[in-house]
Write a protein that binds this ligand. Structure first.
Ligand code: C2E
Ligand code: CA
Ligand code: CA
Length: 725
């Protein structure tokens, strides 16, 4: 903007300078012009005055030559005089006595009293001696205000002045005629003689041009002045004015153009700034999109493609009619590593595992991390045999020891393989099959490679159906509780009962409680189920107490899942009080694992139970950590030897050794030992021989309904019960 102002100022200054110089140049030209015109005017006035003067001189000479002046010759020369010399007012002939003898026109009355003339000494026309005798008056103004000059010339007859020939000359008319001929309207003529200014007015004020010359009038010098208004004052279209206006117009145009240019440049600058900003934003957005895309398609820990990316890849391969084999690697013990060494080590383990997998995979295979402890590999164009070999190679490379942050870590995995055995198999189906096969491999005890087959799917479907049905059974209260007696091997008396859940489906199939419990845990119904079991068992036991046939103790199974929620212990204690059962007659069976896992937290719950008088039993002893050393830390009073150690007795020497160890340790710690699943007399005898006092099994009684149990217990009370020996 400042630049525009400076440029406009410069243009304006130049315009003004140009305007001023044009103006002065014009004045100069006008001045020159005026000077020429004035000279012409001077000449015209001089010629006019002289012409008349010459005529008078000529007339006088003519009369002189004639030797007389008669009326006739007077008339012959003067009758048409006004036509030839329009500025003569009149001519006359006068004798020396001042007596007028002849005049023309006849009405013309000359002023013969010469004294009223102010006759100036005759002009010495050196260059015109012919006029030497002519005398003229000053310019005189008559009563009408008209200007005139009197002139006369002596006429000599016979060498003696006989009279004077005179004329009155109308200066006013002459000047007006000349002015009309030579002057332009804006010009004004001013004449003065030595005495006064007799014609025209001088201007007062500025802005006029004047030019002055002397005129050789007959009686002396006149001063001729012509003045005029300068052109630029009158005309807006004079050159300087045009220059000035053009300058202003150019300035305005330049200012507008520069302004528009500036606006344009600024607009462009703003535009390019906006474009640059937009570009920046677009780049940023692209980066964010790329990042999002990456995040959406990759696992954050290993930066490997995730399940979504793998599915997309599979879909593309399937569309391209490419045969692809999918492997699913399920890592074992990742949670354990996490718990033991921390998540940093677990993450490092995953990275290292991925690195090892890549090192044995063909370059075109796609390795993805599909869930916490699961990798999947898509191998295009691989045969079934090759896939199995590849899977074993993967398994073995993982089983080699890892060294992570000074920790030696051993891990294993199970691998499932899925093939596209039908043409129209979708990517999600393939993924599901690989998952199923891996689960199967894991269920088979890990370190296994299992290829998917259709039975797996059928089993899965069956499981799902079962889940649905069990959920419904729990919700609709269709479950039942059976009781299995525990006997004292020394007296053969029923000393306790274990409550076991049962469910007979609508088609008559009896579903194993293991499945019921697992399903309830998986479907979030375990708390309800647990409460139902505790409630039903205690109710039945209170009924047995009422019937006065109750055994010493009722054992209720509690799963780890139930136990951990913390509320169960309270529920048991409350129920025991509610049914008014002596707490010493209630036992809670927990597996070894529950005792060991979260030892500190669980200890608190266990103590709550035992301080309230309820006793605890370790169920399935020998299947978990099997650490006899631990036993003394737990507030238990019963150990139940798992059926697995009993069933092969007495043949299995190993099982016998284990049973012997458990029994002697338990006796040492003053714990009660119950052998589970006793089916034969041999087993019974062996157990008795090694000091086990209590047993439970089909050899005695299978699990039975509450009614059957009460009938049995009543029989025992009546002493009519003779257990098998
Ligand atoms: P468990 O606590 O070890 O129960 C003993 C299991 O051995 C019962 O199986 C019983 O029927 C079976 N059994 C007893 N004697 C013999 C025998 O001589 N031969 C054979 N082959 N089996 C015998 P069941 O009733 O199928 O229960 C399986 C498991 O389900 C139980 O094992 C227990 O862990 C769980 N369970 C059962 N009811 C409940 C319950 O109400 N709550 C919880 N949390 N778990 C339960
Ligand atoms: Ca049990
Ligand atoms: Ca058991």
């Amino acid at each position: 903007m400042a630049a525009i102002a400076v440029i406009c100022m410069l243009i304006l200054i130049s315009t003004f300078t140009l305007y001023r110089s044009a103006q002065s140049r014009q004045v100069e030209l006008q001045d020159q012009m005026l000077s020429i015109e004035v000279n012409r005017l001077q000449r015209a006035i001089e010629v006019n005055l002289q012409k008349e003067a010459y005529f008078i001189v000529w007339l006088a000479n003519n009369f002189q030559n004639d030797g007389q002046i008669t009326k006739e010759n007077w008339l012959s020369v003067t009758s048409n005089i006004r036509e030839t010399f329009p500025f003569f007012i009149g001519v006359y002939w006068m004798n020396t006595d001042g007596e007028m003898l002849l005049n023309s026109p006849s009405k013309f009355k000359p002023n013969v009293d010469m004294s009223t003339w102010q006759i100036t000494p005759p002009v010495q026309f050196n260059t015109m001696p012919v006029l030497s005798k002519l005398s003229t008056s000053n310019v005189i103004k008559d009563s009408n205000g008209e200007l005139f000059v009197e002139m006369r010339h002596p006429v000599e007859f016979n060498g003696r002045i006989a009279g004077y020939l005179g004329a009155r000359y109308n200066v006013d008319h002459m000047l007006k005629a000349i002015a009309a001929q030579f002057l332009r309207p804006e010009q004004t003529l001013v004449l003065s003689d030595s005495v006064n200014q007799f014609y025209g007015e001088l201007p007062n004020g500025h802005g006029v041009l004047t030019n002055m010359v002397d005129v050789n009038a007959l009686n002396g010098k006149w001063q001729l002045t012509v003045w005029q208004q300068t052109d630029y004052d009158r005309s807006y279209f004079s050159l300087p004015m045009l220059i000035f206006i053009s300058g202003i117009v150019v300035t305005v145009l330049v200012a507008i153009s520069l302004y528009l240019l500036e606006v344009n440049v600024m607009g462009r600058r703003a535009e390019s700034a906006t474009v640059a900003k937009l570009k920046g934003e677009i780049t940023q957005r692209r980066e964010v999109e790329a990042q999002l895309q990456f995040t959406a398609n990759h696992d954050p820990q290993t930066h490997l493609p995730n399940r979504f990316a793998l599915e997309t890849y599979l879909e593309r391969s399937i569309r391209g009619e490419q045969d692809v084999v999918l492997m699913c690697i399920a890592l074992d013990k990742l949670q354990e590593v996490n718990d033991m060494y921390g998540y940093l080590v677990a993450d490092q383990l995953l990275l290292e595992a991925a690195k090892r997998f890549k090192s044995v995979l063909p370059p075109h295979a796609l390795l993805a991390r599909t869930s916490n402890d699961q990798f999947m590999i898509a191998c295009p164009g691989m045969s079934q045999l090759e896939a199995e070999m590849q899977a074993n190679q993967l398994r073995m490379c993982l089983e080699e020891e890892f060294f992570i942050e000074d920790n030696d870590i051993l891990t294993t995995c199970a691998i499932g393989i899925a093939y596209r055995y039908i043409e129209d198999m979708r990517a999600d189906e393939l993924l599901r099959h690989a998952d199923t096969a891996a689960h199967k491999a894991k269920a088979l005890g890990s370190r296994k490679v299992v290829a998917y087959n259709q039975t797996m799917q059928e089993q899965l479907n069956h499981k799902k159906e079962l889940e649905r049905a069990i959920r419904k059974a729990i919700n609709n209260d269709e479950l039942q509780l059976h009781f299995q007696p525990q006997v004292d091997l020394r007296t053969r008396q029923v000393v306790g009962v274990e409550a076991l859940v049962r469910w007979e489906s609508s088609n008559g199939t009896v579903i194993s409680p293991d499945i019921i419990i697992q399903t309830a845990e998986e479907t979030g119904l375990m708390q309800r189920l647990g409460h139902w079991v505790v409630d039903t068992a205690l109710k039945q036991f209170s009924h047995m107490l009422d019937e006065r046939c109750a055994p010493k103790c009722i054992a209720i199974n509690v799963s780890g899942h139930e136990f951990q929620d913390g509320y169960l212990a309270d529920y048991v204690i409350r129920s025991v009080t509610r049914y008014d059962i002596p707490p010493q007659r209630v036992q809670i069976e927990l597996t070894e694992q529950v005792f060991i896992e979260n030892l500190e937290r669980n200890q608190h719950i266990l103590n709550r139970l035992t301080t309230s008088g309820i006793s605890l039993a370790i169920d399935d002893f020998g299947t978990g950590y099997s650490s006899l050393a631990y036993l003394k830390h737990f507030p238990v009073n019963t150990v139940k030897i798992d059926r697995g150690f009993i069933k092969d007795l007495p043949q299995s020497k190993d099982d016998l050794v284990i049973c012997q160890a458990v029994v002697s340790m338990a006796n040492l710690l003053q714990l009660k030992v119950v052998a589970e699943g006793v089916e034969t007399i041999d087993q019974q005898e062996l157990l008795r021989n090694i000091g086990c006092n209590f047993a439970q099994g089909h050899f005695y009684y299978p699990p039975m309904t509450a009614d059957d149990l009460i009938a049995l217990l009543k029989k025992q009370r009546a002493g009519r019960l003779y257990p098998a020996s």
